[in-house]
Design a protein around this ligand. Sequence first.
Ligand code: CP3
Length: 347
Amino acid sequence: MGQQKTILRALAGETQVVPPIWMMRQAGRYLPEYRATRAQAGDFLSLCYNSELAAEVTLQPIRRYGFDAAILFADILLVPQALGADLWFVTGEGPRLSTITTESDFAKLKPASDIHAVLNPVYETVRILSRELPSETTLIGFAGAPWTVATYMIAGRGTPDQGPAHALMTENVALFEALLARITEATIIYLSAQIEAGAEVVKIFDSWAGSLKGDAFRKYALEPAREITAALKARYPHIPIIGFPREAGEAYVGFHKATGVDCVALDNSVDPEWAAAHVQVDGCVQGNLASTHMVTGGEALVSETRRIVKAFSKGPHIFNLGHGITPDADPANVQLMIDTVREGAQG
Ligand code: CP3
């Protein structure tokens, strides 16, 4: 009703001639200004907890490119840290955490209601951003989905196949489900606080949903997303929610209805024409250009961008990559993608 911001219009179900656009990891190492601010902060986690500098890096891609949305600068692994896990990042390798594989590891975790003590600086980042963002830019908050967060908490690091989490699911399902329940509860509290601070949309990143099949997908990807969505909708019915069950494949079909999310984000392993016919029929979709085009650019970037815009042109669509932009991307290719998406507006 009288909604002006393009992202919110798409999330309300409006089909737009030019889809709104933002980009996963839009604040990141491919940008020289990000690398400078990160150096100023010291390291990645210090940047996440420095509200002024986290707001600054969130704003950098908005200033440079004028994206339709800004995503809060933080990380999905701050929630495990707030629950009491040790967390650090090894340069060139990725995150490391203390592991949760036994009942006694689990017993050491804090209650979900304790997370604010660690996460307050993130809420302050949101407050700064809601003051400083241009009036046409939508502010997106986020959290990891319980399954994806649990894969890191169980293994203590990123894993190619989420093997340790699947093993715990088999060997001690009660402990596995207790951990998922704790993360789910913390996620509801965390996203509620982001909304209270000024987030206008929230996104749930289930980066490893693709390794859950059949009944496990239903129990550990759909059900937590449904529970988080229901809890947030009960308190904040006007706040749209984006779900991202990455690499869900056929299981993208019906995800809107099964979880109640307003938008399903698609990775680039699904064809946009297929997704328009089978997923966008149920509501807004987001995606799904391969992030490799941000490295390679050229005619392939232009033609694939046009193909995606065309495939999703009959319904609500937010243009995005299929996964985060990588550090080796060329900032000029990001501009080429945006110009290609928006060329319909001029022509
Ligand atoms: O998208 C954005 O710009 C917002 C900020 C954001 C980050 N991480 C910043 C970040 C968001 C939304 C995330 C989500 C996230 N973090 C996910 C889900 C999305 C996905 O990519 O699948 C996951 C799995 C993580 C966990 C994580 N954080 C890993 C595995 C790594 C290391 C890999 C890497 O890219 O180095 C991170 C680090 C991280 N998170 C960086 C950024 C900008 C790079 C850190 C740096 O500056 O050195």
